[in-house]
Design a protein around this ligand. Sequence first.
Ligand SMILES: Cc1cc2nc3c(=O)[nH]c(=O)nc-3n(C[C@H](O)[C@H](O)[C@H](O)COP(=O)(O)OP(=O)(O)OC[C@H]3O[C@@H](n4cnc5c(N)ncnc54)[C@H](O)[C@@H]3O)c2cc1C
Length: 252
Amino acid sequence: MRDCCASESSCESKIHIAIVGTGSGAFAAAIRAVEEGALVTLIEGGEVIGGTCVNVGCVPSKIMIRSAHIAHLQTSHAFDGISIHQPQINRAKLVQQQQARVEELRQAKYESILDNHPDIELIRGWASFENAHTLVVKQPDGSAMRLTQDRILLATGASAAIPDISGLAQSPFWTSTEALVAEKESGRLLGAQVLAGEGGEIIQTAALAIRNRMTIHELADQLFPYLTMVESIKLCAQTFTKDVKQLSCCAG
Ligand SMILES: Cc1cc2nc3c(=O)[nH]c(=O)nc-3n(C[C@H](O)[C@H](O)[C@H](O)COP(=O)(O)OP(=O)(O)OC[C@H]3O[C@@H](n4cnc5c(N)ncnc54)[C@H](O)[C@@H]3O)c2cc1C
């Protein structure tokens, strides 16, 4: 347990706050609470601290989005003096660099805060409530720790909702977490969202494309004989594969 209080009495006079989670929400609250004179215990069940944003959210996704944009610009830009060419992409190296940056930021923005704030301590394990003021933390070694606090803040974030689809659990499906560290691209169409009353045929085409395991390249090359709304999903696929500035609205 913490030994940060100058004396037992000063420790007792401070308000004790448990925060479940160690994401950006938890840390923002913890820093504010200790600034106001509280003692904070953070509880994290996951393997690393930092939660979604730094580990599997904002940070790794923006690194991949930025690198994809730079690769795209090599094939498509407006400057005659810069040659256009197909990018050479090494996804394994991209993932390695992305993960190195994730670790660096986790250290700078989260772990270093624990090092520098003696009034914030970390307990590892999954928390559940025993009563309104007491948490039971199941620790990695299997033991249960009981923690009674003046206040308890839940900063447990969210996780991907896995739909209850028969057979899904047996197939190697991805959530955004797996997609972010994939070292090979699948080219598979993962889903489609349509915001229009007339969207039925688009949904049907998307469903058929997904069911038939079409790649976005195959979908982009499909010939639709009539100009229907389905063309729009083909145009979407083409935005992944072609320089869409060259296309007219109904170009095939
Ligand atoms: C791919 C992706 C990209 C994103 N990009 C952006 C973006 O660009 N900009 C943006 O603003 N937001 C973005 N977000 C959303 C953002 O990451 C989250 O909204 C934010 O990180 C949530 O922070 P949080 O502190 O509430 O929870 P989290 O960061 O999710 O932390 C919750 C923590 O609580 C722990 N926990 C849960 N239950 C328990 C328990 N019972 N006991 C112990 N520990 C527990 C979890 O292990 C986790 O570490 C993105 C999310 C994803 C998935």
